[in-house]
Structures are given as C-alpha cells and as structure tokens.
Design a protein around this ligand. Structure first.
Ligand code: NOJ
Length: 564
C-alpha cells in the first residue's frame, strides 16, 4: 500500500456547533467555543474537525438551509473568529472540515429570492421549476424527505419549485453551468482560507431525471419518498468529476460525501484516485431498522436479529473499500440516534455498550469519525410533547404517523427513537450549571444525568467511556498496534455467531483482534488462532479468552513470526 495520507491516520471529530459550547450566554454554541476546546480534542487524537454548517441561515433546518455560502452566521461569530479557529487548529495539527450543502440553498438566499420573482429574472433557471398538472396539483406525487409534498407553489411565477427536503430548502439546478461555477467558487473560497477538507451533503440528489413522473405510493398519503425517484440518477458522476477537477484536485485535503444508496459495486467510480471523492458515508449499517424505505413509522425498532445484519454490512463495506477509496467509520452523526440505543436492547448497560461501539469504531480499517458526545457514551432523549422537539423531520414524521392512523402516543414513541434531536442536545462539559454548555438558556434541554456523563467527571474515572476512547485512540496512533490498526487488512471471524462481532487486522507479522459481545448473556467462542495472542485492552477488567461477558469488548495482539 502507498504511504497513508494524514487523514487516513487521524481521528475526525464532528462538531455540531449550535450544541458544542456557548461563550456568550446566548444559549447556542459558537465558533469561539470550538476554539476553546481544541486542546480537549487533541486528547482524543483528533486531526480534523468536521463542522456542520456555520453559514448564514434562517435555521429552518439548523444551518442546512444556507443563505450565503461564503460567510458566517452572526449567531456563530465572525469570519475573523473562523480564521482564528482555522489558525489555532493548524497550530495543534487539527484541520477544519467544512460542510458543503450544494443540493439546495435556503429560500432566503438572494439567488432564490430573485429566481422566485419571475420567469425572466437573472436567476430564473437556478432552481427546479415546473408547471402544475392540468388540475393545478403538484407536478409529481413525490414526498420530501421531511414529509409533505416535495413541491411548493410560487404565486409570482405561477409554477412549483422542487425541494428534496423542506420547502425552505429549494433544490439548485445543477444542469445550469452558472450554478455549478458559483458553487465551485464558494468551495474554493474556503480552500483559500486553509480548510482541511469537505463533507459534502446530500450529494446523491443533485442530478434530476430528465422526465419527472409519479411513483408508486409507499404510504396512505398517496405519495412516494423522493429518494427512490431521484437518488443517483445516471449522469451524476459527470457533475461530480467536474466538481473534483474544479475544486478538490491537487489539494492536500480530504473529501467525504454523504451518499445514501450508493451500492458497493459502484464504489470505484465514487471514491479513490479515479473516483470523485476520497470517502463516502454510506448508510447500510444505519438503515437496518428501515428495510422498506425510510419512513420512521415503518421501522422495525431494535431486535437482536439486527446484529448479524450489522456484521454482514460492516464486513461488506470493509471489503468494498479494501481496494477502492477509504472507509469513513461512523456510528453516529447529527441525524442519527445515539449508538448505545441503536444496536443494544433497552436494558443494556449503556457504558459497556458505548465502549463496545468504540472498540469497533476505532479498530475497523478506515478513518474513525467520532460525533460530539459519543466519547461520553451519551444516550437518547425522550421529551413528552412533539412541540418540545426542534428537529423539522421529527415534526414531519410525527404528522405522517398520525395520518397513517397511529395514536399520538404511538407517534411519540417513534419520535423518541428516531428524532435527530437525540444527537443534538448540548455537549456535557462540567458538573456545573447546564453542564457547562451555556450560562444562558440552552436552545435544547441538557440531559438530566449530565453530572456523571460529562467531560469533567469522565476524565477523572479510569474506566469511563471517555478514558476508553483516549486509550483506543492511543492504540491507533502510537505503540505496537498502530501500524496494524492504520494499515492492516481486515478479515471477519466467527461470521456465523449471531451475538459476537469479531475481526482480525493484519499487517506484516502482526495481528490485532477485536471481539465484541452484543448480547446480554455471557458468550463462549472457539478461536484457536487467539491462543498465543496477548490482551491489549478490555472494556471490563479480568477478560478471559474463550468467553465474553455481556457487552464486553476485547482487543488482542499477536506476532506470527512470518510475514503474511
Ligand atoms: C443531510 C444532513 O446531514 C441533514 O442534517 C440535513 O437535514 C439534510 N442533509 C438536508 O441538507
């Protein structure tokens, strides 16, 4: 293998700025708050920070509705604060990674405001406009990802515009070269500021089909999820290669694209030297509870059968990226529930569950992405009323569940599990007021039990989730296992075991083994090749070969004597 690049050897940490640290008492986090915590991030082996959008935004979708692609929202600070963050990060070997949200803009972006004024305006063709059906209804029966029609009527133009997400997020028309150029210019603006990479949002939707047709309804509302109608439309790669050439190529940065639905066999076109990006976030391991599409009300919830599936899809992703591109390992982000709830039964010991997921995350082949609070083992939240939720998709999916005949209580149970607010509660720093997040009134409630689960408490406890992350990060980045964990190949072990996830990493004469028990029962296993191996780390003290206690994770190392 060629020499690894800097971003293949480091850990990436995802910051949700609104919930990270508030330095002004406004109740929402800010850029100065991120700068203040760079030294903390260093203790987690972090070399890059992915910031979810900090651009000016009406915040209908918390920053994913952007009104200016090359400025900073005043609630987060100033451009000078951003430049300072980039510089302070660089001093510590931490690069900033910006979120490029290029499928859509805010409806308050000057481009859209102009586009919506008339069919002859300067930006008339910058968005996706279509005439109504003869009866005046929307051009197609597509449902937006947040619920409700994907089309909104515009009086001035007497036309509908398309929005894959909220009505406040009109889709940009990538067929128009002027649109593409404006977007590339904005990304180059951030490269000139010295950022270390980009996470590219919702990229699978940028290319629309030539003809728009109704789809087979997938719910009682008579609509079909837009994802199944427009994702990965042929021709998309032409746009993406141009994007790479005009922006990313030749820079010492990384790109990771959010690409729900790209199949492993297509990967070589999407990632790697010849592909459009360095890495792809694919969601096969996040969508296990949604075998029939992504409606929350149709999800299966947790069942133990999820674990064999999880093993299967993770292995498939490891194999798919063995020769093509590089794997971005992640189990959480700002759109997902907390992983301690995701892959474990409700009664599971959350601390052990968090450590188990950390062991997998930090020893798979790829770059680990840690989402803020994951390193503390934070769990989901469950507020009583739908009005308590800020997340726009929680509201849309709640309404849809009611329309399907679910009771309000049933609809709330669904929201409790899948709401994106689960991951967006304020970061827990101290045992003090509001967990040290804000001196004001936090925009979302802080978890009640923050006194035990906060950086201040966990940093002091040797057996905390935070200490385990720090230990695993040290294993990955220095010492005898580092070479294997960074470069070694991957082989699944105990593939038929329904409760234990086990895999071997190998590099030169050295082998590293990870074994995790996802069940609440003690599990025994037979793995003769482990006999001469030595325990490197265990999530509970007193590990014994051949058996794993409930939710236990262990990591072994072994020398083979021969180069394999
Ligand atoms: C994916 C982002 O991760 C999510 O938070 C956002 O709502 C949508 N894309 C729309 O931009």
């Amino acid at each position: 293998m060629n020499e690894l690049k800097w971003w293949q050897k480091t850990n990436v940490y995802q910051v949700y700025p609104k919930s990270f640290l508030d330095t002004t008492g406004s109740g929402t986090g800010d850029i100065k708050g991120i700068t203040a915590k760079l030294d903390y991030l260093k203790t987690l082996g972090v070399g890059a920070v992915w910031l979810t959008p900090v651009y000016p935004s009406p915040m209908v979708d918390n920053g994913y509705d952007i009104a200016d692609f090359t400025a900073i929202d005043p609630s987060y600070g100033t451009m000078e604060d951003m430049e300072n963050l980039i510089a302070e990060g660089k001093r510590r070997g931490i690069r900033m990674v910006m979120d490029l949200v290029y499928n859509h803009s805010s409806d308050k972006h000057p481009w859209f405001i102009d586009s919506a004024t008339s069919r002859d305006s300067e930006h008339a063709d910058w968005y996706i406009w279509r005439d109504a059906k003869p009866d005046g209804s929307a051009p197609t029966n597509w449902r937006s990802i947040f619920g409700g029609s994907a089309w909104t009527w515009c009086e001035a133009r007497q036309q509908y515009y398309l929005h894959t997400f909220a009505a406040a997020q009109p889709d940009l028309n990538w067929e128009n070269p002027a649109v593409r150029q404006a977007l590339y210019d904005a990304a180059n603006f951030w490269l000139d500021k010295g950022v270390g990479g980009f996470r590219i949002d919702a990229i699978v939707y940028i290319k629309k089909p030539e003809v728009f047709v109704d789809g087979e309804p997938d719910s009682d509302d008579g609509m079909v999820n837009i994802h199944s109608m427009i994702a990965n439309t042929p021709g998309i790669l032409d746009f993406l290669y141009e994007f790479k050439e005009q922006v990313f190529a030749g820079h010492d940065i990384f790109t990771v694209a959010e690409a729900n639905g790209v199949e492993p066999h297509e990967l070589d076109k999407w990632v790697g030297e010849k592909g459009a990006f360095d890495m792809l976030f694919e969601f096969s391991h996040m969508n296990l509870e949604f075998p029939n599409g992504e409606l929350w009300s149709h999800a299966t919830g947790y069942t133990p059968e999820i674990i064999p599936e999880l093993k299967k899809v993770l292995s498939a992703s490891q194999h798919a990226t063995a020769d093509n591109g590089w794997y971005p390992a992640f189990f959480e982000n700002h759109d997902q529930m907390r992983c301690v709830e995701h892959y474990f039964p409700a009664e599971a010991d959350k601390k052990l569950a968090a450590k188990a997921m950390a062991a997998v995350l930090m020893t798979l082949r790829g770059t680990p992405f840690i989402y803020q609070g994951q390193e503390l083992g934070l769990g989901n939240t469950a507020w009583e009323n739908i009005e308590d939720y800020n997340d726009i998709s929680s509201h849309g999916q709640y309404e849809l569940a009611l329309a399907e005949g679910k009771s309000p209580a049933e609809a709330m149970t669904i929201v409790h599990r899948y709401s994106r607010d689960n991951a967006r509660t304020p970061m827990q720093w101290t045992r003090g007021k509001n967990a040290g997040f804000s001196a004001g009134v936090p925009w979302l409630p802080v978890h009640e039990d923050y006194a035990c689960q906060c950086v201040e408490s966990e940093a002091l406890a040797e057996d905390s989730v935070l200490s385990w992350y720090r230990q695993l990060s040290a294993l990955r980045q220095s010492g005898e296992a580092a070479g294997v964990l960074q470069q070694g190949d991957y082989t699944e072990l105990l593939a038929d075991n329904p409760a234990i996830m086990a895999f071997r990493r190998r590099f030169g004469c050295r082998l590293v083994y990870t074994l995790v028990n996802f069940s609440g029962q003690r599990q025994t296993y037979e793995l003769p090749e482990l006999e001469e191996a030595r325990l490197l780390s265990g999530s509970i003290s007193g590990s014994q070969q051949g058996s794993l206690r409930p939710y236990e994770a262990v990591i072994y190392i072994k020398e083979t004597g021969e180069r394999l």
